[in-house]
Design a protein around this ligand. Structure first.
Ligand SMILES: *Cc1c(COP(=O)(O)O)cnc(C)c1O
Length: 415
């Protein structure tokens, strides 16, 4: 960053400080990761300078001969990795990708269904403050009160009653595997489009550590910066099943992104997504994805020994949702204490949380980023011990902070 340091020392300094923070603490927010230097080189490239409105072969600007090759490469890599016939790699992020799906298959006022935010769903799946509830009639489903698994019979009942045009399935705080087959059958029984939002689990799906929704759904949306470990970004994919239901679906999706919803694509971001998709196709990434899950299961097992209550009793993916009520500490306090100690997690509502949303009873944590740094089951045991020390007594914070600083030196960020 020599040039930046000289020209804008204030910004350079902040980047240095953040780099140091990342190096010396454990990033355990499940939607975050450490991208590779190759991804960041592409993201920081000169490609940020060009407008490339349109798609390969159909652009509105001149000077784009290399960009067509680049976007085609990126789309082909996405299609190969996820085994789909169509991919759009232009969404700026996950939320715009989802917005474009509504735009592609719904009219304003149509009925849509999604998992409620306090049950682990995403804002864009029809939560009341979001466009997806303002412009559409949103019906929200939840998880079962006892098992904390998706309430499939409720989904089926609500679908039959409300005949939605589109059903979104996906989550930000759900520690279990999705039954895509069952969800596909429910959507088919009412003639709805089914969109799987795999923002959190895309890397697990790519690496074979979570079943793929592709055979059972019509549309797949994702972010590219969570378990997929790329730059911030989004993608929309159309499946064979989707094209069978609606032969124009791919065209509708592309038109919804541009010109429907966005202007010029961020081609530096598309380049970085292409790099991450190549990385995600390697056997090393397969190992990585499976280790994420092994680590999450190990962490869950250790935390249970310290009598932490885990929503759904454990995990089958990259994340854990912890109900802190038996520990007599709220989510926000736990978040602050752990941050002080060098463990970054986030406060989170738990299903049927009796506390208000800004003071939730739970915390959410995940293993994607620490697994990128090379940590394995052995390290999960140590981390669970630290979490227990901090939560059970705030006076341990400073001691744990020093231990984590030392520990982190053994696990460098990708360089
Ligand atoms: C993160 C996430 C999104 C949104 O992604 P942004 O890039 O933050 O807009 C959408 N859906 C789900 C399920 C997510 O977890």
């Amino acid at each position: 960053m020599a040039k930046l340091k000289k020209q804008d020392s204030q910004i350079a300094k902040l980047i240095d400080l953040e780099t140091e923070r990342q190096k010396t603490s454990l990033e355990m927010i499940p939607s975050e990761n450490h991208s590779s230097p190759a991804v960041r080189e592409a993201l920081g490239s000169i490609l940020t300078d060009k407008y490339a409105e349109g798609y390969p072969g159909k652009r509105y600007y001149a000077g784009l001969k290399y960009y067509d090759v680049l976007e085609d490469l990126c789309r082909d890599r996405a299609k190969k990795l996820f085994k789909v016939p169509h991919a759009n790699v232009q969404p700026y992020s996950g939320s715009p990708a989802n917005a474009a799906v509504y735009m592609a298959v719904c009219e304003p006022g149509d009925t849509i269904m999604g998992l409620a935010l306090p049950m682990g769903g995403h804002l864009t799946h029809g939560w009341k403050v979001n466009f997806s509830a303002k412009f559409f009639k949103s019906v929200q489903y939840g998880v079962d009160e006892k098992t904390h698994l998706l309430n499939y019979s409720e989904i089926e009942k609500l679908a039959k009653e409300n005949k939605p045009k589109l059903i979104f399935v996906g989550a930000t705080a759900y520690p279990r595997i999705f039954d895509w087959k069952k969800l596909g059958e429910i959507a088919d029984s009412v003639g709805a489009y089914l969109a799987a939002d795999i923002a959190h689990i895309a890397g697990l799906v790519a690496g074979g550590a979570h079943p793929s929704p592709v055979p059972f759904v019509h549309i797949v949306t994702t972010t590219t910066h969570k378990t997929l470990r790329g730059p911030r970004g989004g993608m929309i994919m159309v499946t064979e099943k989707g094209l069978k239901k609606d032969p124009d679906l791919a065209k509708k999706i592309d038109k919804a992104i541009f010109p429907g919803f966005q202007g010029g694509p961020h081609m530096h971001q598309v380049a970085a997504i292409a790099v991450c998709l190549k990385e995600a196709g390697t056997s090393a990434f397969k190992k990585y994805a499976n280790q994420i899950v092994k680590n999450a299961k190990a962490l869950a097992g250790e935390l249970k020994k310290y009598e932490f209550n885990l929503i759904s009793g454990g995990t089958e993916n990259h994340l854990l949702l912890v109900d802190l009520r038996n520990k007599y500490i709220g989510g926000p306090e736990a978040q602050d204490l752990l941050e002080e100690a060098g463990i970054t997690i986030n406060k989170n509502t738990i299903p049927f949380d009796p506390a208000p949303p800004f003071k939730p009873s739970g915390i959410r944590m995940g293993t994607p980023a620490i697994t990128t740094r090379g940590m394995k089951e052995k390290e999960m045991k140590i981390i669970a011990g630290w979490i227990n020390e901090v939560i059970s007594s705030p006076k341990n914070v400073r001691k744990v902070r020093e231990e984590i600083k030392k520990f982190c030196k053994k696990f460098p960020l990708p360089e």
